[in-house]
Write a protein that binds this ligand. Structure first.
Ligand SMILES: *[C@@H]1O[C@H](CO)[C@@H](O)[C@H](O)[C@H]1NC(C)=O
Ligand SMILES: *[C@@H]1O[C@H](CO)[C@@H](O)[C@H](O)[C@H]1NC(C)=O
Ligand SMILES: *[C@@H]1O[C@H](CO)[C@@H](O)[C@H](O)[C@H]1NC(C)=O
Ligand SMILES: *[C@@H]1O[C@H](CO)[C@@H](O)[C@H](O)[C@H]1NC(C)=O
Ligand SMILES: *[C@@H]1O[C@H](CO)[C@@H](O)[C@H](O)[C@H]1NC(C)=O
Ligand SMILES: *[C@@H]1O[C@H](CO)[C@@H](O)[C@H](O)[C@H]1NC(C)=O
Ligand SMILES: *[C@@H]1O[C@H](CO)[C@@H](O)[C@H](O)[C@H]1NC(C)=O
Ligand SMILES: *[C@@H]1O[C@H](CO)[C@@H](O)[C@H](O)[C@H]1NC(C)=O
Ligand SMILES: *[C@@H]1O[C@H](CO)[C@@H](O)[C@H](O)[C@H]1NC(C)=O
Ligand SMILES: *[C@@H]1O[C@H](CO)[C@@H](O)[C@H](O)[C@H]1NC(C)=O
Ligand SMILES: *[C@@H]1O[C@H](CO)[C@@H](O)[C@H](O)[C@H]1NC(C)=O
Ligand SMILES: *[C@@H]1O[C@H](CO)[C@@H](O)[C@H](O)[C@H]1NC(C)=O
Length: 523
């Protein structure tokens, strides 16, 4: 007899959990994890702290580094580099990891299939991009099908508290309580595998408003009405991700317009699956932008703050970054397209989209699909999504934007410039530690070796980006001094300059605690 859908999900999930578990107790030479099949239980974390893996016990080492600034890079490499897993030394991992899915949610909350049967199905429809091919417009539909179980508020509060450090939902102001509960409910959803997804398309009106001449200057599509059943059912994790050629039905051919066209996408059977699709001409500039700590204040490198900024507080733009994007959207050629690519898990996507569309130019989106939940896939996800959009638009130029606190960005962005020298127009990286001393994690600029040093810029504040002629390849503001060593850099630790005293034991404890808490959640 074939295993039930639920038990297949349980098996898949247990395998994933085994791998995530391996990270919570990292070994210098990571031995393969033993995969135990057992029902996951969600309990508020008793935070387990293992000093063998913390910076705290190694404060003496940090002191050594601070006092011995000369030759410090070598000592950082040799001491911290070998003693801690690479994600500690190469930058900040997503601590927002290993969220429970499917059957883990059900079993941990005592929900069964009958309880769920009466609950409506919802669809997260991630705003797609489309390329022009000899078969017409080719749209990448992707998203997730799920149900939100009926969980009592007191249970939701217990679950939300897992994500907070030194505080609890009860202690938050009312609007933060609401945010924390909303996100927690969004995380504890039950994904629906083997579902068919059908969408309808219709022309979208031009979006008005400030900063929004429209993901470039997108126009109302002239046609496009149609209904499409996606060719495959959702995966075990409820995901769908597929390119589908759509009918022309009066749309303008991609080789005959210089404008981005928009279509409204609705999902049949629910009003939760609306999105805008962006039909992108074959040439022009696409901005691919990360979100955390570049478009909004997250402080992902300072876990207590990072968790509050993600779970409780309203999202806040980073300085005047919206002005910069608005200006790009209004002044660059009509074929300019914006794509927001964050590796935040799919379950949190609605909050990110809501914030972006209120604050930044419209554009397509990518977040982390659920099958990328084991450790190696987590490190590979950004690269996978970037290469997918590069392959979809081989004649377009890309401007890549993010900040230095992402180790995957620091590796993937320059690697793409090496691999696709004619496609990467500019790389803009916010030098996070220069304006925020709570980011004292090292970042690695090795990947930039051999690239044209006028094709990228490490900048401090959004205004550093004004006045660049990006369309003509000007990526460097000459007044911003670049100090790229093509190796691991850690100014706040004292590798560059004098800021070593900013290293704070408190931050290191809470970082590890947050990581462990996030991991425990999955066990
Ligand atoms: C654009 O492509 C369509 C379909 O491939 C073709 O029929 C049309 O002639 C092309 N238009 C131009 C201006 O090349
Ligand atoms: C959710 O559960 C509560 C308590 O168990 C019940 O009163 C309420 O009617 C349920 N709501 C729905 C929409 O099923
Ligand atoms: C959370 O808030 C968003 C935006 O207001 C809303 O679309 C979504 O349905 C809410 N999610 C839950 C689980 O209540
Ligand atoms: C999905 O559609 C296919 C093809 O029409 C059909 O064979 C299959 O039974 C459908 N699946 C579900 C769960 O309805
Ligand atoms: C497309 O659909 C919209 C509403 O869904 C309708 O108002 C419009 O007339 C349709 N256009 C065509 C060409 O069928
Ligand atoms: C995740 O699923 C997509 C299809 O939805 C597939 O292309 C990709 O290879 C999968 N990735 C992993 C790591 O399994
Ligand atoms: C989705 O679109 C439909 C049709 O325009 C609309 O009735 C519905 O309210 C929309 N849903 C949301 C959540 O905005
Ligand atoms: C850009 O698009 C707008 C709106 O369709 C149009 O009025 C304008 O002429 C276009 N500009 C160029 C340079 O093609
Ligand atoms: C369109 O995108 C698909 C999917 O990435 C890709 O395989 C194809 O080569 C692209 N077509 C063109 C003409 O760029
Ligand atoms: C706005 O963008 C244009 C074109 O990129 C640039 O020339 C101009 O200096 C920018 N202005 C500001 C204030 O950034
Ligand atoms: C980042 O900023 C710090 C502090 O201003 C500076 O020391 C460092 O050299 C900068 N990094 C780069 C790559 O320019
Ligand atoms: C640039 O880097 C060098 C070498 O690491 C360091 O000595 C210097 O203080 C840095 N300069 C600035 C302005 O950060």
């Amino acid at each position: 007899m074939a295993p039930s859908r639920t038990s297949q999900r349980a098996l898949l999930l247990s395998a994933t959990l085994g791998l995530v578990n391996a990270v919570s107790l990292p070994e210098p030479t990571a031995a393969p994890a033993k995969v135990e099949v057992r029902p996951p239980i969600v309990t508020p974390a008793a935070i387990r702290f293992d000093e063998r893996y913390s910076y705290v016990e190694r404060r003496d080492i940090l002191d050594d580094i601070k006092s011995g600034v000369g030759g410090a890079i070598k000592s950082l490499e040799s001491v911290i580099g070998t003693a801690l897993p690479s994600f500690f030394t190469d930058g900040i991992p997503g601590w927002f990891e290993g969220l429970p899915t499917g059957s883990a949610v059900m079993s941990s909350l005592g929900i069964n299939d009958d309880d769920l049967a009466a609950i409506p199905t919802q669809v997260l429809n991630v705003p797609p991009y489309a390329n022009w091919t000899d078969k017409g417009w080719n749209v990448r539909f992707h998203g997730n099908v799920y149900k939100i179980p009926n969980i009592s508020q007191s249970k939701i509060d217990d679950l939300a508290n897992i994500f907070l450090i030194d505080t609890s939902v009860e202690q938050l102001p009312d609007e933060q309580k609401a945010n924390a509960r909303n996100l927690t409910r969004s995380i504890f959803v039950v994904q629906q595998g083997e579902e068919n997804v059908t969408v309808t398309l219709e022309p979208a009106p031009m979006q008005g408003g400030d900063g929004e001449s429209g993901g470039g200057n997108s126009i109302q599509a002239t046609g496009g009405n149609q209904t499409i059943k996606l060719p495959y059912e959702t995966t075990a994790e409820g995901d769908f991700d597929v390119f589908v050629p759509i009918q022309s039905n009066g749309l303008t051919n991609g080789n005959e317009t210089n404008n981005v066209q928009r279509l409204n996408v609705h999902t049949l059977g629910t009003d939760s699956g609306n999105a805008t699709a962006y039909l992108v001409p074959s040439t022009g500039i696409t901005f691919i932008s990360d979100i955390d700590d570049i478009l909004r204040v997250t402080k992902i490198y300072d876990p207590k703050e990072g968790l509050l900024n993600s779970f409780a507080r309203d999202f806040t733009p980073w300085m005047n970054m919206p002005d910069i994007y608005r200006n790009w959207s209004q002044t660059l050629p009509n074929n300019t397209h914006f794509h927001y690519l964050t590796t935040t898990p799919e379950q949190a996507t609605r909050n990110y989209m809501d914030f972006i569309y209120k604050t930044y130019p419209g554009g397509s989106f990518d977040t982390r699909p659920l099958n990328f939940s084991d450790v190696s896939a987590t490190l590979a996800i950004r690269d996978y999504l970037l290469r997918k959009i590069f392959a979809t638009f081989p004649e377009r130029k890309f401007v890549l934007v993010a900040d230095t606190s992402n180790s995957d960005v620091m590796k993937d962005y320059p690697q793409l410039a090496h691999d696709f020298p004619n496609q990467v127009q500019c790389i803009f990286l916010r030098n996070t530690s220069s304006t925020d001393s709570s980011d004292w994690f090292p970042y690695n600029t090795e990947g930039f070796k051999g690239l044209n040093n006028r094709s990228y810029m490490f900048f401090h504040v959004p205004d550093d980006l004004t006045g660049l002629d990006i369309a003509n390849g000007q990526c460097l503001n000459e007044s911003i001094k670049q100090n790229v060593t093509f190796s691991r850099q850690a100014e706040v630790l004292g590798i560059h300059g004098s800021a070593g005293s900013r290293v704070s034991g408190g931050a290191t404890i809470s970082f590890v605690a947050a990581l462990v808490a996030a991991m425990l959640l999955t066990l």
